[in-house]
Design a protein. Structure first.
Length: 135
């Protein structure tokens, strides 16, 4: 399976930057999964902070994130909040799309709201969803 299919993301409040001990969170999540009776192969191997401050968890080789998300979202968030109260939701890895752009009229997008306009145009014309403003 594709490695991205084994990743679960825990989103934190955006204005919070304090980090918790991820080993404690890893133990809590895996203990909670075991106590819930979820098969042993569905366990987190490691956790790390992303550049945006979310917590990314990688499951074992034979587990897929969709085995947990969305069925066990509430369980995962409640367990995670015992270690990191700033966690607000859990989700799957986002799908990334490649987009090739030709002949762009740059001055159209150099205005203060240019990137928002670009995001809107890509979503409307290409049918792609950009989760964040392009940088």
């Amino acid at each position: 399976n594709d490695p991205s299919e084994r990743h679960v993301f825990f989103r934190r409040r955006e204005d919070k930057e304090g980090k918790r001990d991820l080993q404690d969170l890893l133990l809590a999540l895996n203990t909670g999964l075991k106590n819930k009776g979820i098969p042993d192969h569905v366990r987190f191997l490691n956790l790390h902070y992303t550049a945006k401050g979310a917590v990314s968890g990688r499951l074992g080789e034979k587990a897929l994130a969709k085995m947990l998300v969305p069925s066990y979202n509430d369980l995962l968030v409640n367990i995670a909040k015992t270690i990191d109260p700033e966690i607000i939701e859990v989700g799957l890895a986002e799908q990334w799309q490649r987009l090739r752009v030709h002949r762009v009229q740059l001055d159209r997008y150099l205005a203060p709201e240019g990137l928002t306009l670009l995001q809107k145009e890509i979503k409307t014309i290409q049918g792609l969803s950009l989760p964040y403003k392009p940088v």
